[in-house]
Design a protein around this ligand. Structure first.
Ligand code: PEP
Ligand code: MG
Length: 325
């Protein structure tokens, strides 16, 4: 499949009506790094740092992590990388951490909730990221942020570690961006101050959809019941786009749905301009985006919604099926 899209690799994802969509890749393991060049990704929109914790049977130390992050940054060759801090708990259980006996782990003590309550590992990870980024830009994002106050606290950890590194006389990153994943509906309704404080926001569509529909992402039976192109969900995503536009906050989408071509067109049509996906999806998504008139796709979506369609998928696929080359 990669072969088929190789000719597109160095071309932009520009639609027929001239809108360019940034296509980035999701990564997490060293094995993903060669795809950075091979896929034509403009950067790493989501680096899942927990994967490196999950493939070990011991807690990695700061120096080991810093060396790993340096390799990631070097493989990116100047392209941006958004490092997501440890997203553990729920489905991602570290073998060397005490298991929590929680009735509902997906909504339990996980991700940034752990990081804020027991900040030792978070701080160690931030130190490793800061060291690995010495003299280069660093982008950190926090998973599972539910409210503004959590983001304020998480961001304060970054600033504190940065200050500490400086006072130790270490080289620090040349620029710093601190962002949040938006994967809880509550965060979409945070005060403007949150959107102003966040340097960027990335929609974690996997969890956002799970919590929007109260449908377990691990449970095929209920997950498949709700289409990502459900009119209500798209309208909600559009609300997030509007909030970010109002505050000038950079926005991307990094859930698995970004890598599905029809979904990618819908997201672009409602205003998303950066999509992050598994590397193998970049070719197919780009190929379709380049054939689409985005304003027309938007009219199709709007009409389906005003007609009361539950999902805009039939109307949108009918439009896409009728496209020329
Ligand atoms: C998401 O929730 O959409 C996301 C990108 O993060 P993860 O799949 O790792 O939870
Ligand atoms: Mg998530």
């Amino acid at each position: 499949a990669m072969q088929r899209y190789a000719s597109l690799r160095d071309l932009p994802a520009t639609t027929k009506d001239g809108v360019t969509i940034g296509l980035l890749m999701n990564a997490g393991l060293m094995a993903d790094l060669p795809s950075l060049v091979g896929s034509g990704a403009e950067g790493v929109g989501l680096f899942r740092t927990e994967l490196q914790f999950l493939v070990r049977n011991y807690m990695p130390r700061r120096e080991e992590l810093a060396a790993l992050y340096t390799r990631v940054i070097e493989a990116a060759k100047g392209r941006p990388v958004a490092f997501r801090t440890l997203d553990i708990g729920s489905d991602k259980v570290l073998p060397y951490m005490k298991p929590q006996d929680e009735p509902n782990p997906a909504m339990g003590w996980r991700a940034i909730r752990v990081g804020l309550d027991k900040p030792g590992v978070l701080r160690m990870q931030l130190q490793a990221l800061i060291r690995a980024s010495a003299g280069r830009p660093l982008a950190v994002m926090f998973p599972f942020v539910s409210e503004h106050a959590e983001f304020v606290d998480a961001r304060a950890h970054v600033l504190r570690e940065l200050h500490r590194e400086k006072s130790l006389g270490h080289a620090v990153p040349s620029a710093l961006e601190v962002g949040a994943m938006l994967e809880m509906p509550s965060l979409a309704y945070a005060p403007d101050a949150f959107f102003q404080m966040a340097d960027f926001i990335s929609i974690g569509g996997n969890d956002l959809k799970q919590f929007f529909f109260a449908a377990d992402r691990e449970n095929e039976r209920v997950r498949k019941r709700y289409d990502t192109l459900n009119a209500s969900f798209l309208t909600f995503l559009q609300f997030i786009v509007a909030r970010c536009a109002a505050t000038g906050t950079k926005l991307s989408f990094c859930g698995e749905d970004a890598g599905r071509p029809v979904e990618a067109v819908a997201f672009a049509a409602i205003g998303l301009r950066n999509l992050s996906m598994r590397p193998a999806s970049i070719g197919p998504v780009k190929a379709l985006l380049r054939r689409v008139d985005l304003a027309e796709a938007r009219r199709v979506i709007d009409k389906a919604r005003s007609d009361g369609a539950e999902t805009v998928r039939p109307a949108l696929t009918a439009y896409l099926d009728g496209l020329g080359e």
